[in-house]
Design a protein around this ligand. Structure first.
Ligand code: GLN
Length: 548
């Protein structure tokens, strides 16, 4: 039976709960345990798939096709454990399950209440996969005191009581604000947030205190005393230059020891931290810098492309070079002068996105990269735009475009080299979709295999493999009907779906490094196992940097 670590936050949001959870997961693995990280989000959206990337950051897609919160991306990047659909749930989904069951008569006409019906639904979720791992780390989104969060806090209180003693602990993250005027770190907000937890029957076992300034022992002792936590379970968490320093920093601060101690696991197995030592070494001993332009639509919020920027960092670590990404609003590249914003970059990435806005700029970026022989990595929409560019400028289909934009505009303006896919094969079955289906979950989602052409650049990237597998999230596809025509003009369809119908990878033959993929390889990239496409893209950018 798994032990449970519940992770909550107080004082302010954005304290880095997800990161602390992920780092703790990595440290438990380093001590030989198996872990599973999960996220419970108190917001009322049923799933994050339809939430705006401007507001909520990237949608992280799992192998099994769930559209989830970007925290699951952190979990995967730190532990290497592939996230699953059942690793995340929102209050919206919980309520929707309860209400659906009520409609079906599942409660036999009883009065439906938050306790026990909603809390039971949450507890059932927590119990999933209980026998599979040594530790389940369950992070509760939001901050203690949020009105939406209450049923979750109540559920973890009950859950801990339902299990044998010592099976569940609570780790709480808080902030110690620093008052420059008096030169003091203040512990009162932490005391108040713990008081808030205790008022609903929860006592933290471990307190993680974020602070910009060193926490003196005196203050640590005071927090321990007032919050009813052991002094060595008050863990300081200082700001870090890179998130990948977190496992080592938390280890040095005693987090994993405090957690095992709270479970009374003694003696604790010795940690093997070589993986993280290597990561630190690569981070700190990088030589030189490559500049990468990321040409997208959601450039105001970096979290919208979280996995892309992380995968670029991983690519840099693999090549021992720093990657400096610049976010460029695609719309700015739509003029003759605007395109010069790309001058001087060693690589260009056009990431995924939805809708027509900015796409002419992305097409210009693909043209620029192709003609000037700058390394190009097009991801999903970025691949589609590269194909449209080649269709217009190499194959002479002047009005080539995507059906997505015609649907959006309600007019037929383009020859659709990218079209809306309504039926495709997944494993042994066929999936069918209509454009009028619900917005949520109508895409080709999750992991799909691509067959790679022998001798292609992409096959070389994957070490000579004949197949690759990556995660998808899109409605539209390149129309394979244009394959021959485009291939005659130098755009190789070097990766195809196993049934040969769906183009998965394209590359420009006469170019140092120009690849477009329909999938999202950034989602599987880890600091200790970079996505091969990002690794080799950064290598090509580094080659260009060394040449000029
Ligand atoms: N909008 C495009 C589609 O739906 C691309 C999606 C993406 O980049 N993830 O096919």
């Amino acid at each position: 039976m798994a032990r449970y670590i519940f992770i909550t936050g107080g004082v302010v949001s954005s304290l880095g709960k997800g990161l602390a959870s992920a780092a703790l997961g990595a440290l438990l693995q380093a001590r030989g345990y198996t872990v599973r990280l999960r996220k419970l989000d108190p917001y009322l959206n049923v799933d994050p798939g339809t939430m705006s990337p401007f507001e909520h950051g990237e949608v992280f897609v799992t192998d099994d096709g769930a559209e989830t919160d970007l925290d699951l991306g952190h979990y995967e990047r730190f532990t290497g454990v592939s996230a699953r659909r059942t690793d995340t749930i929102s209050a919206g989904r919980i309520y929707s399950n309860v209400l659906e069951r009520e409609r079906r008569g599942g409660y036999l006409g009883k009065t439906i209440q938050v306790i026990p019906h909603v809390t039971n639904e949450i507890k059932d979720f927590l119990a999933i996969g209980e026998d599979e791992v040594d530790f389940q780390l369950c992070e509760i989104g939001g901050t203690v005191g949020d009105i939406e969060g209450l049923p979750f806090f109540e559920a973890i209180r009950q859950f801990s009581n339902d299990r044998p003693r010592g099976q569940c602990i609570l780790m709480h993250l808080t902030l110690l604000p620093y008052l420059a005027a008096s030169g003091e770190l203040k512990t009162k907000p932490t005391q108040h947030s713990v008081k808030e937890l205790r008022s609903i029957g929860l006592q933290p076992d471990v307190l993680v205190c974020r602070s910009e300034q060193p926490i003196p022992d005196r203050e640590r002792a005071k927090i321990a005393l007032f919050c009813n936590v052991r002094p060595d379970a008050v863990i300081p968490a200082y700001d870090l230059k890179s998130i990948y320093e977190a496992p080592m920093a938390y280890h040095q601060a005693g987090l994993d020891r405090a957690v095992l101690d709270a479970f009374r696991i003694s003696p604790a197995p010795r940690p093997d931290l070589r993986r993280w030592e290597d990561v630190m070494d690569r981070l700190t001993n990088a030589e030189g810098e490559v500049r990468v332009a990321i040409v997208g639509k959601y450039t105001q919020l970096e979290d919208a492309y979280k996995s892309i920027s992380e995968a670029l960092t991983h690519g840099g670590m693999a090549n021992r070079v720093r990657v400096r990404p610049d976010w460029i609003d695609a719309e700015k590249l739509e003029t003759a002068e605007g395109i010069h914003l790309l001058d001087g970059y060693h690589g260009i990435v056009v990431p995924g996105g939805f809708g027509e806005r900015g796409t002419e700029g992305m097409i210009s970026a693909a043209k620029y990269a192709r003609e000037k022989k700058v390394p190009y990595l097009g991801i999903c929409l970025g691949m589609q735009m590269a194909v449209i560019e080649a269709a217009r400028n190499l194959a002479g289909i002047a009005d080539a475009g995507s059906e997505e934009f015609d649907h959006e505009a309600g007019a037929d303006r383009f020859t659709p080299v990218v079209y809306h896919l309504k039926e495709w094969v997944k494993g042994n079955s066929t999936v069918q979709r209509k454009i009028t289906d619900d917005k949520g979950g109508t895409m080709r989602l999750g992991s799909y295999t691509a067959h790679l052409a022998p001798g292609s650049k992409v096959a070389e990237v994957y070490g000579g493999a004949t197949e690759m597998e990556d995660r998808h999230r899109h409605r539209y596809e390149i129309d394979a009907a244009y394959r021959d025509r485009l291939e005659q003009h130098g755009l190789w369809f070097s990766g195809m779906s196993p049934d040969g119908r769906l183009p998965e990878v394209v590359e420009v033959r006469d170019h140092p490094w120009f690849i477009g993929v329909q999938s999202h390889p950034e989602l599987k990239s880890k600091p200790f196992a970079p996505a091969p496409l990002f690794r080799d893209f950064v290598r090509a950018a580094k080659d260009l940097e060394r040449m000029v």
